[in-house]
Design a protein around this ligand. Structure first.
Ligand SMILES: Cc1cc2nc3c(=O)[nH]c(=O)nc-3n(C[C@H](O)[C@H](O)[C@H](O)COP(=O)(O)OP(=O)(O)OC[C@H]3O[C@@H](n4cnc5c(N)ncnc54)[C@H](O)[C@@H]3O)c2cc1C
Ligand code: FES
Length: 284
């Protein structure tokens, strides 16, 4: 069993959780993820490691309670345990040869980006962080990003916090201001449509661009094919070949189409999870 040793709410949707998982923590690297189950009948869900502490034997996740499993996870408290934590999975963030990087996070993507920005900082790589959110209520990790980045640009779509601007616009503004050779790489983590448009912009300037993909996963071992994406015209599996890929080579339209595939089933599964009993009432 994997005990929850720390839990705190970052905002109304996002939760920070530290879990005892010494074997995972021992070999974890930035950019990797875990797959967990809350209970023995539970679904397996992938979550990026926002951090790990080898001495304490813990890993940290930051997740949005968006559907059935993440809502059940969010009901657990310090002292409760998860039945499974498998990892570390996926390839770590590639950092060799990098000196200066711009990281662009959109919404929940900022939670996924945090662990990798920490990794870049720990390796002496300078980071300009562009963190975009829909509105003020959804803003997370500002102080944390400030502690590990050279510059942090906080943006909201509606202007209720930071600058009123989309991440794509700020990213292009920084490229224009600093010159196209300023960043060795741009890393984009967010909704597929945002990553697609960021990649179209960076292609114009010929800047290497890495994206972190969050395809639907089942086994996390490359066997089931659930997380297949097309990169450079070839089938790749996000769980073993990713989650990070060359953004210029990703077939975005295929990803966006596949993401809509399970909408009906999810609407059914995103039933109401009772906060008192943990019971689930499905939508009709
Ligand atoms: C490698 C990887 C790392 C991830 N890291 C994080 C993380 O650090 N923090 C975090 O909050 N989430 C992360 N996700 C997404 C997370 O796995 C899903 O939100 C979760 O599986 C939803 O499960 P659910 O049963 O609660 O919701 P469901 O009922 O299954 O889905 C609810 C909603 O979430 C969307 N969704 C479900 N699965 C995914 C997915 N894989 N990618 C994008 N949208 C999805 C659905 O389209 C639906 O709209 C990651 C996904 C992957 C593949
Ligand atoms: S999750 Fe099954 S192949 Fe990746």
């Amino acid at each position: 069993m994997y005990k929850i040793v720390n839990k705190r709410a970052l905002n109304k949707d996002m939760t920070w959780m530290e879990i005892e998982a010494p074997y995972v923590a021992r070999s974890a690297k930035p950019g990797q993820f875990i797959i967990l189950r809350t209970d023995e009948y539970g679904e397996r869900i992938p979550l990026t490691m926002a951090g790990y502490n080898r001495e304490a034997g813990t890993v940290t996740i930051i997740f949005q309670a968006i559907g059935r499993t993440t809502m059940l996870l969010n009901q657990l408290e310090e002292g409760d345990s998860l039945v499974d934590v498998v990892g570390p999975l996926g390839k770590p963030t590639h950092m060799e040869g990098l000196k200066r990087v711009c990281v662009v996070g959109g919404g929940t993507g900022n939670a996924l980006a945090y662990g990798l920005v920490k990794g870049l900082h720990a390796n002496g790589i300078e980071v300009d962080m562009v963190a975009g959110f829909k509105n003020k209520d959804l803003v997370i990790l500002e102080d944390e990003f400030k502690a590990i980045s050279k510059n942090v640009y906080m943006l909201t779509d509606d202007g209720s916090y930071g600058e009123k601007m989309f991440t794509t616009v700020k990213m292009e503004e920084l490229i224009e201001k600093n010159g196209k050779d300023y960043y060795d790489e741009i890393i984009v983590v967010g909704p597929p449509i945002m990553m697609k448009f960021c990649c179209q912009i960076t292609k114009k300037y010929d800047i290497p661009t890495v994206v972190s993909l969050t395809a639907y996963m089942v086994d996390g071992t490359g066997m089931c094919g659930g997380c297949r994406v097309i990169v450079g015209g070839e089938n790749k599996f996000v769980c073993v070949d990713g989650p990070e890929f060359d953004g210029q080579l990703v077939d975005w339209d295929e990803i966006i189409k596949r993401n809509g595939f399970y909408k009906e089933q999810e609407a059914h599964d995103a039933a109401h999870v009772c906060r008192l009993t943990g019971g689930v009432r499905y939508n009709d």
